[in-house]
Design a protein around this ligand. Structure first.
Ligand code: ZN
Length: 150
């Protein structure tokens, strides 16, 4: 298990997050398309971005857990969610071991991309302008998540 984790992390660090073999949960493109809406597929499997202020989860303020829509892995706890004003669900910290990251060099920027550790589905990006205690802002597409109230 340790070696597998190391390999998966190494692949993500090299920007090889799309390498399906690195993830515990894998599905064919046809399977992903069958289980996701076209927007969910575009965001989660093609690194797209939902339009700001379109996700109902942006205004979700109940206590609970945000899960990966692709594999139901718990990703974010509600007590780390904050209102960033950006129009996307924002968190200052992921649950331990829940996400992987890669370097995204598209759009003439260098950004830290984040994805579900278990199925590789794209979640969003991590920025350094978040609140205490981490100073991080995980800017997440709501379509990549589902919410489970506590
Ligand atoms: Zn997942």
């Amino acid at each position: 298990m340790l070696r597998r984790s190391f390999l998966a992390g190494g692949a993500a660090a090299l920007g090889l997050a799309d390498s399906a073999a690195a993830f515990e949960v894998t599905r064919s493109e046809a399977e992903w398309k069958a289980m996701l809406s076209s927007l969910e597929y575009k965001v989660m499997r093609r690194h797209g971005t939902e339009r700001a202020f379109t996700s109902p989860l942006n205004d979700e303020n109940r206590a609970g857990t945000f899960l990966c829509r692709g594999c139901e892995l718990p990703l974010y706890a509600s007590d780390t969610k904050f209102d960033s004003g950006t129009g996307w669900p924002s968190f200052y910290e992921a649950l331990p071991g829940a996400i992987g990251t890669s370097t995204d060099r598209r759009l003439f920027m260098v950004r830290t991309e984040c994805h579900c550790r278990r199925c590789g589905s794209h979640l969003g990006h991590i920025f350094d302008d978040g609140p205490p205690p981490t100073g991080k802002r995980h800017c997440i597409n709501g379509v990549s998540l589902t919410f489970r109230p506590a």
